[in-house]
Write a protein that binds this ligand. Structure first.
Ligand SMILES: [Zn+2]
Length: 74
């Protein structure tokens, strides 16, 4: 697992670096994107932020609760 987003307030596994925050437009909940240390990449994090925004919006469309942790595509 190289990249993951966690709900604000959750704890990081060791070795992850915070890369940015994504706020869900549907409910205002915030997710923090983290990269595992050797794979830190700002450009990838920006793309993952856009991907995550869409995923969060889809979860509202499907009436699904956001998980505490979402694995991100690399
Ligand atoms: Zn939401």
């Amino acid at each position: 697992m190289r990249a993951v987003a966690i709900k604000k307030g959750q704890n990081w596994a060791a070795g992850f670096q915070e890369m940015g925050t994504v706020r869900c437009e549907g409910c205002g909940e915030e997710f923090i994107i983290g990269h595992q240390s050797p794979f830190v990449d700002k450009w990838v994090a920006d793309k993952q932020a856009h991907w995550l925004e869409k995923v969060l919006a889809e979860e509202h469309e499907r009436d699904k609760k956001h998980p505490d942790r979402i694995e991100l595509p690399s």
